[in-house]
Design a protein around this ligand. Structure first.
Ligand code: DON
Length: 302
């Protein structure tokens, strides 16, 4: 596995820095684009890592998988009345579909869907962001995970598009709490800082039939874990989900901080990180690294 990581790293290194660091969130614009790390955590509890795998970064939309998991734990199948399970085929922050479809977002991984999921968690927890951070600290076995308040505040200051989605959903009756409070929780979740090592560990439960071997808990049922993986495979990479299935063939979830987590069911979870993004907002080197990985292991869910 360590040799495989070295091969992928050397294959992809020349691409690192290609693309553009997310700058629509001003606090993210200053990240050095030349960083690159990979970590793998196997179902046997082995950790493999290379490059900047210990450097914490803004997890951004990867947090949507954690908030979805928390909501599934509480609401089970009822949650699908408020959010769909279909790929959107549109950018992650698109507004148009939301009006055509009466304020029900297509899936929990576009921003509108994740904001509705945050609203569900807001109804359930007194401090939804702290609940989610404690949950992720437990899954990753890292009690020191921190929220980057500067990033969270910057996102809140420039929240106009996300706020428009949330108020539109509220106008259709698909919102239970104060829009502004829910947005603050949602941005704080996105602003959590984790390294590739933390993320590979925290996603172990999705490779392991819903059981987290770090916290030693059945996080969600085996069937629910399969469903979250299916949603990642169809919607985790936004309007690049089709190409990602074609080129990589694994459930994956990206964030505009440059991280991508992917799952090889029953074997391992992997996180790659490099901050420069392609046109749809996924890490360019990250996608290339995962493509190289599945080519070398000769295995995909398809
Ligand atoms: O709400 C936003 O736009 C960001 N906090 C998260 C977007 C994101 O990571 C989309 N990912 N590719």
């Amino acid at each position: 596995m360590q040799t495989l990581l070295r091969t992928i790293y050397d294959d992809v290194k020349p691409l690192v820095g290609q693309g553009k660091v997310a700058d629509y969130i001003p606090a993210l614009a200053s990240v050095n684009p030349h960083q690159f790390g990979i970590a793998i955590y196997s179902n046997q509890g082995e950790l493999f890592q290379i490059g900047d795998a210990d450097v914490p970064f803004s997890i951004q939309s990867i947090s949507k998988v954690f908030s979805l998991t928390l909501a599934i734990k509480h609401y089970g199948a009822d949650m699908w009345q408020r959010v769909g399970r279909e790929p959107s085929g549109l950018p992650f922050n698109s507004l148009v579909q939301l009006e055509y479809e009466n304020g029900i977002p297509r899936n929990p991984f576009i921003n509108a869907g994740a904001i509705v999921v945050s609203d569900m968690n807001q109804s359930r927890f007194a401090s939804p962001h702290y609940a989610m951070r404690e949950f992720v600290r437990r899954l990753s076995g890292n009690p020191d995970l921190k929220t980057d308040q500067v990033v969270a505040d910057s996102e809140y200051e420039f929240r106009h598009r996300n706020a428009a989605m949330a108020y539109l959903m509220q106008s259709y009756g698909n919102f239970e709490n104060s829009v502004e409070e829910v947005l603050k929780s949602y941005f704080s979740n996105c602003a959590l800082r984790m390294s590739c090592v933390d993320l590979a560990k925290a996603f172990n439960f999705l490779a392991n039939k819903g059981y987290c071997s770090i916290s030693k808990e059945q996080v969600i049922s085996e069937q629910e874990a399969r469903q979250v993986n299916a949603l990642m495979a169809t919607s985790g990479m936004y309007d690049e989900a089709g190409s990602f299935a074609f080129q990589v063939g694994l459930p994956g979830k990206s964030g505009v901080g440059g991280g991508i987590v992917a799952i090889v069911p029953n074997r391992f979870s992997i996180c790659v990180w490099s901050p420069a993004l392609n046109k749809v907002g996924n890490s360019s080197a990250g996608v290339a690294a995962l493509e190289s990985m599945t080519k070398h292991i000769g295995w995909s869910v398809y």
